[in-house]
Each structure stands twice: as C-alpha cells, then as structure tokens.
Design a protein around this ligand. Structure first.
Ligand SMILES: *[C@@H]1O[C@H](CO)[C@@H](O)[C@H](O)[C@H]1NC(C)=O
Ligand SMILES: *[C@@H]1O[C@H](CO)[C@@H](O)[C@H](O)[C@H]1NC(C)=O
Ligand SMILES: *[C@@H]1O[C@H](CO)[C@@H](O)[C@H](O)[C@H]1NC(C)=O
Ligand SMILES: *[C@@H]1O[C@H](CO)[C@@H](O)[C@H](O)[C@H]1NC(C)=O
Ligand SMILES: *[C@@H]1O[C@H](CO)[C@@H](O)[C@H](O)[C@H]1NC(C)=O
Ligand SMILES: *[C@@H]1O[C@H](CO)[C@@H](O)[C@H](O)[C@H]1NC(C)=O
Ligand SMILES: *[C@@H]1O[C@H](CO)[C@@H](O)[C@H](O)[C@H]1NC(C)=O
Length: 320
C-alpha cells in the first residue's frame, strides 16, 4: 500500500469532520471510486468510507475505514475510530455525488447512511472548523522532527530565515491541462513573480522547492540569488517527506493541484497560487471554481494564457 493518495483522504476526512460537527441528525458514510495511477503528486479519486452515529458530539460519532486509516495514520495522529469492513459492508448506503463546493442541500441530508463520491476539497466545506481539522492532521512527532531537522539543515548558518515552501505540480498535468482542460500549468513568469513577492517582503527568504517535475524546476526557477533549495537534491523525493517539509515552512507558493493546497493550508502563512489558468470555456469549469478552492486571503497571480490564445487564433485561421 502506498501513501501517495493520502491527500485525497485528508480531503474526505475534512468534509466528514465538517459535517460531523455541523449537522443534526443523520448518519452517513461515503466512498468514492477507484484509486488511480497518476503521478505521485496527484490526489484524485480515492476510496473513502466514513460513517457516523448519533451518539457523541452533536449526536454523532464518525468512523473511518481500515484502508483510510492505514494510509492517513502513516503521517498523522488520526483520532477518528476505525469502522471494521464487515460492519460497513452490512450497511445500506445512499449514494451522493458531491460537487467541489458547499451547497445548501448538503446541510440537509436526511438519509441514514450516505455514500459520498466526488472530490470535495473546497474550503467552503470545512474552513469554519479549521482548528479541528489541523488537530486531526497532527503529524507524528518523528515526522515533525524530521521536517524541522531537514529545514534546519537547509538553513545552515543563515540567520533569521523565512522559509517559503514551493510546490510545483508537473507530471501528468503538463499534458492534461492543455489537452483536456483548456488550461496551462505554471510557467517561469509565474515562478519569478511569486518569488519576487517574498524576496521583496522578507530580508532572508529561503525557498524550499518540491515537485514531481524537478528537471523543469532546476531549469526555470531562478536560483542565482542563492536562496533556493531543491528538496531531495533536485530529484523527486518521497511525497510524504515533501508534504511534511512544505507544511512546516512559514509561507507557501503553490501552482495547481491539491497536493500543493494542503501544505499551504496547514502551514497557515501567506499563500501565492496560480489563478485563472483555464480558458472561460474549459470543461474544468463544471467541477472547479477558483473562488471555492483558494482562500479569499490568498494571493492569486493570473496565468499567462497566451499559448492557448495563440492556438485558438491558429485554429480559427485554419477554419478560414
Ligand atoms: C454550520 O452550522 C452553522 C450553525 O448552524 C451555520 O451557520 C453554518 O453555515 C454551517 N456551515 C456549513 C458549512 O454547513
Ligand atoms: C430538509 O429536508 C426536509 C425533508 O426532505 C425538507 O422537508 C426540508 O424542507 C429541508 N430543509 C431545507 C432547509 O432544505
Ligand atoms: C528578520 O526578518 C524579518 C522579516 O524579514 C525582518 O523584518 C527583521 O528585520 C529581521 N531581523 C533581523 C535582526 O535581521
Ligand atoms: C535570474 O535573476 C538574475 C538577478 O535578477 C538575473 O540577472 C538573471 O537574468 C535571471 N535569470 C533568469 C534565467 O531569469
Ligand atoms: C518559520 O518556520 C520555522 C520552521 O518550521 C519555525 O521554526 C519558525 O518558528 C517559523 N517562523 C515564524 C516567524 O513563524
Ligand atoms: C480572474 O478572472 C476573473 C474573471 O475574468 C477576474 O474577475 C479576476 O479578477 C481574475 N483574477 C486575477 C487575480 O486576475
Ligand atoms: C484547437 O483545435 C484542436 C483540434 O480541434 C482542439 O483540440 C483544441 O482544443 C483547440 N484549441 C483551442 C485553444 O481552442
């Protein structure tokens, strides 16, 4: 079993915690469809199941399934109890496909056992219980120490350093975005602007870069100021290590994707993100809303869509 999909699990726990703490008188459980074989820094479509009871907090007790616990518990001190599979299998579920943003009807699900699918990682589901979320996702002490030791080693003799975690999502998205989503991934111009923001703001910024496309990063991230460290010696390192290190930095630069989102959310400092990275007619807009993903106080830098606009122009010319 690998831990590459743990972020999707986080996402689902977050949702369930929110509902647990907020809802009134229903039990629920959720699953979603098959894990998939994307790059290591990907987090979609994973198995999830969850149930709650009327007993405890707000009359409900949440559970997670053993598989979810196995993965999450490798990183976090998960406190939610585990529901044995035999019990879950005996229950009759009502299926529910969630959008990636909170809708009023989700507050009023009256079925006893609800099986969720979808990718509900929008803050609109859970930001009002941020503290509880962060508590549930407390890193194991040894991971915390490992991350802090790593950062201390990166810092070396530098004084008064401000750590900026940088996550650059590449991998499958490099093709998927232009091909299927009428969108772009972060380019050099974005990285320059985002880093300039922190270089202007802090006297000793130190950028710690994690990515599933390190060769691109080494070519496109300007390291000539001596304030850039490529995690894993510039090779793709383990996602869990990357995640923990990013989450322990003071501020974040993310590009696209939920792998960059969660450490940004956990680090709790400032976050710069790439925004408006799709054409208005992108099919992605049916399941993705910028304003529901990125927190209002985060700083969005709009993407340069000119490669797509040029392609569109070319297409139009071709038609004539
Ligand atoms: C949670 O419950 C509070 C109080 O009833 C309500 O104001 C809030 O909108 C609910 N939030 C969500 C996301 O359901
Ligand atoms: C919640 O669901 C019940 C039962 O389906 C319905 O009668 C009620 O109007 C709903 N309330 C809201 C706020 O949607
Ligand atoms: C330490 O860094 C902060 C943030 O960049 C800066 O405001 C402060 O002046 C620095 N302190 C020293 C002693 O250099
Ligand atoms: C990197 O930054 C330095 C200093 O601002 C600049 O001189 C250089 O042209 C930049 N290199 C790239 C490849 O952007
Ligand atoms: C910045 O992050 C480091 C490493 O986690 C931490 O030791 C330090 O206290 C943080 N600084 C601030 C100002 O939060
Ligand atoms: C993104 O696009 C929307 C809609 O065109 C616009 O209102 C918004 O200002 C843009 N965001 C940024 C950061 O440019
Ligand atoms: C250009 O045409 C190709 C082939 O029809 C299509 O796949 C692509 O999405 C079009 N590009 C734009 C930006 O409309």
């Amino acid at each position: 079993m690998n831990i590459h999909f743990f972020l999707a699990f986080c996402r689902r726990i977050l949702l369930r915690c929110q509902q647990l703490l907020n809802a009134s008188k229903w039990r629920m459980a959720g699953t979603s469809s098959a894990a998939h074989k994307q790059s290591e820094h990907s987090c979609r479509n994973t198995h999830r199941e969850f149930i709650r009871d009327r007993a405890k907090m707000n009359g409900h007790q949440p559970y997670i399934l053993p598989k979810m616990h196995d993965m999450l518990s490798q990183l976090f001190r998960i406190k939610v109890p585990v529901l044995p599979l035999e019990v879950a299998n005996r229950m009759k579920w009502k299926r529910y496909l969630l959008k990636n943003w909170m809708l009023p009807e989700y507050r009023n699900i009256s079925d006893e056992h609800v099986r969720f699918s979808g990718t509900p990682w929008s803050w609109t589901f859970y930001h009002h219980i941020r503290d509880e979320i962060l508590q549930e996702f407390t890193f194991h002490e040894y991971l915390k120490e490992e991350a802090n030791e790593y950062l201390a080693q990166v810092r070396g003799d530098r004084k008064n350093v401000t750590f900026i975690g940088v996550h650059v999502r590449r991998g499958d998205y490099v093709k998927v975005m232009p091909r299927d989503r009428k969108g772009v991934v972060a380019d050099k111009g974005y990285m320059d602007k985002a880093m300039a923001y922190y270089r202007n703001k802090y006297s000793n910024p130190l950028f710690v870069v994690a990515s599933n496309g390190m060769p691109w990063c080494k070519e496109n991230i300007n390291a000539s100021f001596g304030d850039v460290h490529f995690a894993g010696d510039g090779k793709e390192s383990s996602p869990a290590h990357d995640f923990a290190v990013l989450a322990h930095c003071n501020h974040t630069i993310m590009t696209i994707g939920s792998f960059g989102f969660w450490p940004s959310y956990m680090a709790g400092g400032e976050t710069i993100y790439l925004t408006n990275f799709t054409m208005p007619d992108s099919p992605m807009m049916t399941f993705f809303k910028y304003e529901a993903i990125y927190l209002p106080e985060w700083i969005g830098i709009p993407a340069d869509l000119s490669p797509l606009l040029a392609e569109k122009e070319e297409n139009n010319t071709g038609i004539i």
